[in-house]
Design a binder for this molecule. Structure first.
Ligand SMILES: *Cc1c(COP(=O)(O)O)cnc(C)c1O
Length: 389
């Protein structure tokens, strides 16, 4: 489904994730301003569940300079979707097709000399020059080259640049404590990256772009912005920071809504859903929502969520099942079959949010939005029309 259909919306999917691309554009603007640097919008994992191509185009139209993804496969999918802007990919395996990556002009972030050699071989076989970024482990201890192997990678990069098989697109690291803005490791990691950049310059190679910051650092530590920042979650309007930073002007881009597909009266004492974990305390009316854990509604939210219908919110009652869940509409409800329930959205007027779900079950909203799936129909609204890039 796409926006702009001429016919009025007489029909809406039973379960819909509606993505507001104007919110994406707004959030990119907030990030650019706060960071005081260009934004590489991270659209890995299908744009954190929002649609990588659509979000990528909207972010680029809003001024982002590049897109970042984990895998070469994700990068190639963006190219196939018509994105011509710079794309960086940083997580590789023995199956990664570096020839396809170089042929599609993907900036490949390497974490080892073996990965660099694979890219150099690909560039030679294509008779072209590859763009490479060095990903340096300055303290996260995940991917990235560690200090013991860094000198070898630095020298191999210098050699490959000198022979013309690569250009150094960037040097990057990723923060371990970005969501704790004052944590001393943030400064230590930045200093370690800066030292590597200085070594690279002494080896005669100047990276086009140096970058450190994720969303949290982009929003709170402009002093860590080098040439660009690499936010993901904040592009989608969700904040990785503690609740004391909740006044950030971000707009959540995903609204998950469903049709109330059945409304029925039950008597006091009626148990609801599997194992009757909730029992009607009074005569009441139940609303049936066609969304369950196979669609990304965590079963742990059983008896712990609320949905918004019209102006009111109603509690979810009983188990969240694979395909459906139930809400208590109260004894004298005006809710009718066919009404729409907002499961989460922007939080405007006190409505539920993905962050609320995450807080309730002890996870992060990244996991909620990137996990929406199953029967959900995704649609995009606003944003650039027939956008290029
Ligand atoms: C996922 C990721 C990001 C974005 O992180 P957010 O916390 O979503 O802003 C940036 N850089 C790297 C290397 C990543 O893996």
């Amino acid at each position: 489904m796409s926006a702009g259909a001429a016919a009025p919306a007489l029909w809406a999917p039973a379960l819909e994730a509606s993505i507001d691309l104007d919110a994406i554009a707004h959030n990119v603007g907030v990030l650019t301003e706060r960071a005081g640097a260009a934004v590489m919008a991270v659209v890995k994992a299908d744009g954190y569940g929002h649609g990588a191509v659509e979000v990528g185009r909207a972010a680029l139209a809003a001024g982002a300079c590049a897109l970042g993804v984990a895998t070469v496969g994700e990068a190639l999918a963006l190219r196939a979707g018509g994105v011509t802007a710079p794309i960086l990919a940083w997580l590789h395996s023995s199956a990664t097709d570096f020839v396809a990556a170089v042929a599609a002009d993907i900036d490949v972030a390497v974490s080892s000399t073996a990965q660099l050699e694979a890219v150099v071989t690909a560039a030679r076989s294509l008779g072209t020059t590859a763009t490479v970024t060095t990903k340096i482990d300055t303290g996260l201890a995940r991917n990235g080259v560690g200090p013991d192997h860094w000198p070898a990678l630095r020298d191999a990069v210098a050699t490959a640049v000198a022979e013309g098989s690569i250009v150094l697109g960037g040097m990057m690291c990723h923060l371990a404590h970005g969501d704790t803005p004052g944590h001393p490791l943030n400064d230590t990691q930045a200093a370690r990256l800066d030292a590597c950049v200085a070594e690279m310059r002494r080896a005669g190679v100047i990276p086009r772009a140096v970058h450190i910051s994720n969303s949290a650092a982009a929003l709170t530590r402009p002093d860590l912005s080098r040439d660009l920042v690499r936010p993901g979650i904040a592009v989608y309007g969700l904040s990785p920071l503690p609740h004391e930073f909740d006044d950030l002007p971000l707009i959540p881009a995903m609204t998950l809504s469903a049709e109330v597909v059945m409304v029925k009266a039950v008597a006091a004492g009626q148990g609801v859903s599997y194992a009757h974990t909730w029992t009607a305390p009074r005569d009441t009316t139940l609303g049936l929502i066609p969304a369950g854990y196979a669609d990304g509604v965590p079963r742990l939210l059983s008896n712990r969520l609320r949905v918004r219908i019209g102006e009111k919110t109603y509690p979810g009652v009983g188990r969240v099942c694979m395909d459906q869940m139930v809400v208590d509409l109260g004894p004298d409800t005006t809710v009718r079959e066919g009404d729409r329930a907002e499961l989460f959205g922007t939080g405007a007027q006190g409505g539920p949010t993905a962050t609320e779900w995450a807080d309730t079950i002890g996870t992060i909203d990244y996991e909620i939005v990137s996990g929406i799936r199953g029967r959900t129909v995704r649609s995009h609204h606003g944003g650039p029309r027939n956008g290029g890039s």
